[in-house]
Write a protein that binds this ligand. Structure first.
Ligand SMILES: [Zn+2]
Length: 198
């Protein structure tokens, strides 16, 4: 019986490539904290099978709450290519992109997003990284492939949040109050609320 699935060899190559790219994004996540630049998040943009840019979170370094790894990577990639359209690129993110980053990924026309850790892992570690399912579904329906890596690649990405990090978002928690934070945590699993960023 003919099968629609990719031959095992191709699937193994994909897994291999996923692992290498995710490892790079995860290394960036550790570098962000080691350098004091920001939270443990990294992103890599790939074009024609080669790494175009490799970036990490710079919110502390730049005193810029928008300097997430994905944002930094997209800015650098556009600058390097001298164009706004990244439809020929893919992005590998150490953690599931937040709503802001998904919006920018859509604006830059990137068509494929591969992430390591689920947002829940970051939120459980105290980071403000929640992304309602409705956002992800919205962008999937807009034609963007969004998927989590499998196996060992996912494990090394989730391991990032097993460490007790000093949380850059602690200030945010203080400003918005604990009640807001608890609500935000609950929203990760609840797609009915979309007003978090209002
Ligand atoms: Zn983000």
């Amino acid at each position: 019986m003919p099968s629609m699935e990719a031959p095992p060899q191709a699937a193994a190559q994909d897994r291999d490539s996923d692992y290498k790219l995710m490892k790079k994004a995860v290394d960036e996540a550790y570098r962000a904290v080691d350098s004091g630049d920001g939270g443990p998040f990294g992103a890599v943009i790939v074009r024609d099978g080669a790494v175009l840019v490799s970036c990490h979170n710079l919110v502390l370094k730049n005193t810029d709450p928008s300097a997430h790894a994905e944002v930094t990577a997209i800015r650098q990639a556009c600058k390097r290519l001298g164009k706004l359209d990244l439809s020929d690129c893919e992005i590998y993110s150490s953690c599931e992109p937040c709503a802001m980053c998904l919006g920018l990924i859509c604006a830059s026309k990137i068509k494929k997003v591969v992430y390591g850790a689920k947002a829940e892992a970051a939120v459980a570690a105290g980071f403000d990284a929640s992304v309602p399912d409705a956002f992800v579904e919205y962008y999937r329906k807009s034609g963007i492939e969004i998927r989590q890596v499998e196996g060992e690649a996912a494990r090394i990405a989730e391991k990032v949040f097993e460490k007790a990090w000093e949380i850059p978002d602690e200030a945010m928690r203080r400003r918005r109050g604990g009640e807001w934070f608890e609500k935000a945590k609950g929203m990760v699993k609840c797609s009915r609320f979309c007003c978090l960023w209002n």
